[in-house]
Design a protein around this ligand. Sequence first.
Ligand code: SAM
Length: 355
Amino acid sequence: MQDSLYKPSEPEENIELLLFYVPQAQKHFGIEKVRQFLFELHGEYRISHDGSLMQAFGVSLKTDPANAVIKSEHGKIAYYMLNEQPLTWTLLAPFVLEGLVLAKTNSRDGVGFLDIGTGSGVYAVFAAKMFEFFGLEDSIVGIDVNPRALEFAKRNLEKNDLVERVELISEWFENTTFPAGSVKTVGIWPPYHPCDAQYQQFIPRHAWGGEDMQEVWRSQIQGCYPALADNGVLIFNQQSPGGSDWRGAQAIAELDHLAPGASVIFMDLFGPYSITKFLDAIYPNNDQADYRLRMEKKYTTIHYLVGAIVKDGLGRKIKFSHKLDNLPGWGNDPGSRIGCHRGIADLIRTAVSLK
Ligand SMILES: C[S@@+](CC[C@H](N)C(=O)[O-])C[C@H]1O[C@@H](n2cnc3c(N)ncnc32)[C@H](O)[C@@H]1O
């Protein structure tokens, strides 16, 4: 099978939209430098057919393939759907750049970019390349609780000559301490698989986000938002259920109390999808029927969101309609959203049948 290649066919309009959100970066680094960076962010990237290799923005990364079966406890599978990551960085890196220019930490040893749940190290690697491009010396820290993920992160840093640039911490994020106001920008990528709580033990840690997929999202925002400096930026991807009760995605509605006063600029990357169709595709044959009923009573839609939360005290909610095409989307193949969840659902099915 062939590798997948992604490249927006006409990136100019998207670049113009993003430029609007980086006025201070344009002043600080010059319009042409920022425009060149955005242009490179919209370049072609390549993913191997098994989802385990990526080449983008001048770096290459490796993780477990989509169908990996890792047996040891130490080696909980570290597969991360690499085909969405460059796309996410294309849309969010500009917000990180603006945050780095605007935020002032309250100590000299503050952190420039804190990558919570670094996994393969992908965003720490991308950030390190961006810092290099702009000559930024702020520190970059990646944290993950999964030792196998950190092995990949370490190897990916080595592969791209960035070992000196990123500090890796093997820890459950909530147990680490970053003083209030000490971090300029943060990234969170919370686990995302929808399933009945009784089955969480059968799926990898990177997929467990609670029945509504929001538990880790909530705890990570509440855990890291106080550490963010004023005007600091928290970027995220998050899969969220929703519907008219939430005027869209629940994750965005809940920000009012998770990050009071913050503004959020977000994109519903592939557009809202029916929660019934989504769960039908993941759990065919009436698997997890009670759980599905509970979800369908509460929600009508599912959203894959990427965005930036800005600690600016303005409390604005801005929906950004990107102009990208050639996106991987909700599709059924292993590298796309539904395909990835089907793979995780198979792990539950196998574990339950072996009991
Ligand atoms: C969905 S994956 C994202 C990985 C990577 N950033 C990416 O996008 O490819 C989530 C990662 O967060 C880690 N994780 C989840 N909760 C965590 C926590 N509280 N502290 C540290 N790591 C956590 C998981 O082990 C997993 O590697």
